[in-house]
Ligand binder design. Structure first.
Ligand code: NOJ
Length: 545
């Protein structure tokens, strides 16, 4: 039956069509390009592609401003290209999940254009309006420094409309049954086209009660989530909802749905922030607490673990002191920071040395949950801080040392975002083609860890416990599943550490190293001394003696 929970032992790969591969030479990535790169993704060993929004859009928020839910933006191809891509991916056993952006539409969406015509228009109630300027119109801002308010006056409607995000993204009124019916239709449409689930954008904001002056007392309506879940599961039993919900750990259970009626998966934003804190401070104490705080025993629930995504590295849940520590190590310059809470850099430039990048990746693949990779991180791609806001981490995939990194045959100035052409992360040096042929490359290392994770179902399905090592710099985890036990250790410091194991099942068993031909036998009095190099990490399976 465990296959029913396929998402628990999968590796998810997130990509943005726009910057992955341009198949028709117009400078923008598209479905034809992506289809041509499916062999690469299959070779990498990923099970699931998470596709960022690809629908028609004015593209003022990287496609998260949709103007037609049932189409494909002309820059990315046709609905036929999408269907073909789905077929080719599924043929290779790769599942596809897509973004479900239902908190808001683009202001260019015909629904909003109709809604603006006034209170008599049937679409008016599809959005959230106020006759007067609400008292909290400047509160609840998500993008400080860029966004100025959450209510904006619309001259045509002669009313204010609510927008949690940018002013060109009016919030949908999901309490309206007609809106809910349409959202069901959107879900049904993509399930019919073969998607395996949805990454649900901005979940807490979809569920919150909206209205003038309501921000402070907004309540979360979990019944809306249950309704979406019911619809989804009735149409496809094994489809999943992976939620973007950066909420406090004590709320997580409700989002997973105590009765099994919520999200199957959520990104573990909480652990992500403490993971970077542990990397910066070389102390795992707070990370261990974060892991315990996010423990969940609901059978269907699974965390998605990630290092970086297409947004800023959000550090909003750390204390001021912890956040400053992470800034000091990984984003010391003002220009590297964003929205007063995060860092707009890619993984490799932040962590620098290869051993540290491996440490972070090994950790992501062995934390309780499912790993979610970001395109380009398997190569150690860099960022471009000269680009606006989060675009710094959205440069095109570097395929080869050909023009534009092999991403597109268009003229350089036509590219959707510039390719990184200078410095240590430039495409002539850092690209797929080079790393494919270099046995020691990060790409080939990543392939191995993807495979190892798949061969270690204990992690995705099993029960986990922290192993006490008495070393604050070391995180030890034990996984138990169907009588098998796996233990993993990560040393966050740059000095070698020997960990003594005296208690627990691992003290009595032989430890079979899963990455090297080594088997550790317990000492004469039992127990083990496990050596970890600087930023070292080791995975073992227990073998009874
Ligand atoms: C969350 C997405 O990850 C982000 O990129 C986007 O700007 C907001 N939602 C608004 O849709």
């Amino acid at each position: 039956m465990i296959d029913d929970y396929w998402y628990k032992n999968a590796t998810i790969y997130s990509l943005d069509l726009e910057t992955f591969m341009d198949g028709n030479g117009d400078g923008v990535g598209d479905f034809r390009g992506l289809s041509a790169r499916l062999d690469y993704l299959q070779g990498l060993g990923v099970d699931v592609i998470w596709l960022a929004p690809f629908q028609p859009t004015p593209n003022r928020d990287n496609g998260y401003d949709i103007s037609d839910y049932y189409g494909v933006d002309h820059r990315h191809g046709t609905p036929g290209d999408f269907a073909e891509f789905m077929d080719l991916a599924n043929d290779r056993g790769i599942k596809v999940i897509i973004d479900l952006v239902i908190n808001h539409t683009s202001d260019q969406h015909p629904w909003f254009q109709e809604a603006r015509k006034g209170k008599d228009n049937p679409y008016h109630d599809w959005y959230v309006w106020s006759d007067k300027k609400p008292s909290d119109a400047e509160d609840g801002i998500i993008f400080p420094g860029v966004q100025e308010r959450t209510w904006t006056y619309d001259r045509k409607a002669q009313q204010y409309y609510f927008h949690r995000f940018y002013e060109f993204q009016p919030d949908l009124n999901v309490s309206n049954p007609a809106v809910r019916e349409e959202l069901h239709r959107v879900i049904g449409y993509y399930l019919a086209l073969g998607v395996a689930g949805f990454r649900v954008d901005a979940v807490p904001f979809v569920l919150e009660t909206q209205g003038p002056g309501k921000l402070d007392e907004a309540e979360i309506r979990f019944e809306i989530l249950e309704d979406l879940r019911r619809f989804l599961q009735w149409h496809r039993g094994d489809a999943i909802l992976l939620g973007e919900a950066n909420v406090a750990p004590r709320q997580a259970k409700k989002y997973f749905g105590e009765g099994g009626g919520g999200l199957h998966m959520m990104f573990n934003f909480y652990v992500n922030q403490f993971l970077f804190h542990a990397l910066a401070s070389e102390d795992t104490t707070a990370l261990r607490e974060a892991l315990e705080d996010t423990r969940t025993d609901l059978p269907m629930a699974q965390w998605g673990n990630f290092l970086r995504n297409h947004d800023e590295l959000d550090l909003g849940r750390l204390t001021e002191e912890q956040r400053q520590q992470v800034f000091a190590h990984f984003g010391p310059e003002k220009d590297m920071q964003l929205y007063d809470r995060g860092i707009r850099r890619r993984l490799a430039p932040m962590l620098g040395e290869r051993p540290r990048i491996e440490l972070a990746y090994s950790l992501m693949f062995s934390l309780p949950g499912t790993p979610v990779m970001r395109y380009g991180d398997e190569l150690g791609m860099g960022d471009d801080l000269s680009l606006n806001e989060r675009d710094a981490v959205r440069t095109p995939m570097q395929w080869s040392d050909e023009a534009n990194g092999g991403f597109s045959r268009a003229a350089e100035k036509q590219l959707v975002h510039p390719v990184i052409g200078d410095g240590a992360y430039a495409y002539p040096l850092l690209n797929v083609e080079n790393q494919m042929r270099d046995a020691d490359s990060l790409l080939n290392w990543t392939k191995k860890i993807v495979r190892l994770r798949k061969e270690t179902p204990e992690i995705g399905y099993g029960e986990w416990e922290l192993i006490e090592t008495k070393e604050p710099a070391v995180l030890g985890l034990r996984y138990t599943f169907r009588g098998k036990v796996v233990v993993v250790f990560h040393n966050f410091s740059n000095r070698p550490i020997v960990v003594t194991l005296k208690k627990g099942p691992e003290a009595e068993a032989n430890l079979l190293d899963l990455r090297e031909v080594i088997e550790l036998e317990p000492g004469e009095k039992g127990g083990h001394q496990v050596r970890l190099g600087s930023y070292g990490y080791r995975w073992f399976r227990l073998r009874k003696v």
